[in-house]
Design a protein around this ligand. Sequence first.
Ligand SMILES: Cc1cc2nc3c(=O)[nH]c(=O)nc-3n(C[C@H](O)[C@H](O)[C@H](O)COP(=O)(O)OP(=O)(O)OC[C@H]3O[C@@H](n4cnc5c(N)ncnc54)[C@H](O)[C@@H]3O)c2cc1C
Length: 426
Amino acid sequence: MNTPQHVPLPVVGLSGFEANMSEEEGGAQAALHRFAADVMRPIARELDLMPADQAYLPESPFWQFHQEAFKLGLGPEALAGLDPAAAARMEGIVVEELAWGDAGLAVSVGAGGMPLVMAHASGNQELIDMCNGKLGCWGATQPDRGSDGLILYGAERHPGSRGNKGNLQATFTDSEIIFNGQTSAWVSNGPVAQVALLDLVADYGDGFFEENGDTYGCNVILPLDIKGVSRGKPLEKMGKRSLPQGEIYFDNVRVPRRFAIATRDDYALKHAQAWAHAGTSMSHISTGVARAAFEMALTYVHERRQGGALLAEHQLTQYRIGLIGTKVEAIRAMARHVAEYTRCSPRPHPYFTASGKAFCSSEMLTVVNESLQLFGGVGLTREFPIEKLLRDARAMQIEDGENYVLIMHYGYLLSQLHQQENWGRN
Ligand SMILES: Cc1cc2nc3c(=O)[nH]c(=O)nc-3n(C[C@H](O)[C@H](O)[C@H](O)COP(=O)(O)OP(=O)(O)OC[C@H]3O[C@@H](n4cnc5c(N)ncnc54)[C@H](O)[C@@H]3O)c2cc1C
């Protein structure tokens, strides 16, 4: 007699349906998972409940987190021996795990490392030494220059309008760069960062505007403990409360001209590079947050009974769990695809990277929202951490570029490819 054949359960890991995880990747993932569970989650929960004016003081657990994170050696040198595709994958695995722990702290690490990443990319040893071991930030937006800082082509602006000079400008002399103005209140790590990567308009001696109305720009790395720099108060906000954000003010701040990593001729490309780096991180962070919410919902439906059975035993619940589980896999796939293209393509483009960030973060918001829905009323209370995830997820629809604006830029790029390179014409 034939014995019935059963299909065994599939192989899954922390990051879902992984077919080819190497030993090195698995080791890094396991170590970071413990860190995320044991260090990040408890500290993030504590910070979430603290008022912003206390959460980042020297005695705050925020600094305990950074001391521990620093020991993990997550800087750009960690990926140095890997080829670009392997580096993109490893980065995805690492960032997903950190974001599973806490999205705000994951951003604090990511933004904190941006000056060092860009210093390494520039090859300038003085700047690398300046950033090593320091908490950094990326100051790219200003009160009057939010989405406008992400416009790469003048044709995307309203006809007849000029570029946006914003509230912070750099003036270049033969030997120095002089900064005046302020960043937006949204600069991640702004109130506490020790070094900054600034992305802003510049005057090289002939004003801020090119003939066609575009602005000249520059990228500069500088220490923040110098004369003329001051900070705003940490922002009180609904989500990502473990992440300090606030203005940085510049009053006639002077640094040597050699601190610039991009000036009028190579600014656009460096700006694109920095923004694309941030966009890939945000996509991986979306994966980590979506997975965290999905796991919380999956656990809860195996505990809560309604309708005479565990929620998990109802077909409606199985459908809802199946739907959000599918989305988590899709978010991860998209995040890794965008990261690989951004690192490996001979000519990547930040508008494509940004489309990935917009897709991953908006699908992630759906996953978090649907996960909370599975909790019913208790999901809205502080008793369960799912409500915090919803607040964190909401912030990510605007962070690193507002999502509608990002998709609009991507649509423009697709049209340009069609018009200029016949892409999509048979
Ligand atoms: C959690 C978080 C972290 C952040 N971290 C940093 C950081 O580390 N460094 C930094 O510099 N900044 C940071 N930001 C700022 C972020 O990049 C900006 O908030 C974002 O780019 C949007 O700018 P804005 O808030 O000024 O909105 P605005 O640009 O004023 O947009 C307001 C609305 O107008 C719409 N809009 C804008 N332009 C157009 C247009 N051309 N056509 C039609 N509609 C338009 C948008 O879709 C949006 O709905 C962060 C923000 C958040 C929320």
